[in-house]
Design a protein around this ligand. Structure first.
Ligand code: URA
Length: 212
């Protein structure tokens, strides 16, 4: 799966190892997610197209100006995707944030869309989906379908801290063009749709809510 980019960055591996630990506090979970999100975003933006603009003057000479060519949209999948928003906006301060709420129905594990803040016409050229975990791949697949139906034609990218191999396979089968920048891939997906060892419920750990 050439579009799945598993990070081999030591900082990401180190931080995910701490994040997995069930004894850390929500504040530390949020801080680690922020840092991991920023490192993954650095990897995911390495090939963003650029354009030349009017040369400017440095203290010593004129210099050629390079700017990002695309209007970027960040698509956090509620709730846990919110943990990546500030991290990525620090790198892309003009990026628009387009919230999508999709939850997994408890028994069927099927994705259910409950919130969609996409404007009627696309106002971005490229999107990065912020989804800290890809478990079954159902939510990720649904998000890509929504974005393609909306009119996104450029490559859709995901940044994801932890994914299951099966979830990535499922997403890739439906949308082979999507690129996923993932911190670590775990082999086990349990019968409740949880990644093992995984992180547990990312939303609950980030927001300090009891598991439902
Ligand atoms: N969502 C989570 O938060 N954790 C999992 O393990 C799977 C889906």
């Amino acid at each position: 799966m050439s579009n799945i980019h598993a990070s081999n960055h030591p900082l990401i591996a180190h931080k995910i190892s701490i994040l997995r630990n069930k004894n850390i506090k929500p504040k530390q979970v949020r801080e680690l997610m922020h840092e991991i999100g920023q490192l993954l975003a650095y990897e995911a933006t390495a090939d963003l197209p650029v354009k030349s603009a009017e040369p400017q003057q440095s203290p010593l000479s004129t210099y050629p100006v390079v700017q990002l060519a695309h209007r970027i949209g960040l698509v956090p999948i509620l709730r846990s995707g919110l943990s990546f928003v500030n991290a990525v906006q620090e790198l892309l301060p003009t990026a628009r944030v387009l919230h999508l709420g999709i939850f997994r129905e408890k028994l069927s594990l099927q994705p259910v869309e409950y919130y969609n803040k996409l404007p009627s016409e696309p106002n971005v050229d490229q999107v990065i989906v912020l989804e800290p975990m890809i478990a079954t791949g159902g939510t990720a697949t649904a998000a890509v379908s929504i974005l393609k139906d909306w009119g996104i034609t450029s490559t859709i990218k995901f940044i994801t801290a932890v994914a299951s191999r099966q979830g990535l396979d499922n997403l890739h089968k439906k949308h082979p063009d999507v690129e996923v920048f993932v911190g670590v891939i775990d082999e086990i997906l349990d019968s409740n749709g949880y990644i093992v060892p995984g992180l547990g419920d990312a939303g609950d750990r980030l927001h300090d809510t009891p598991s439902a």
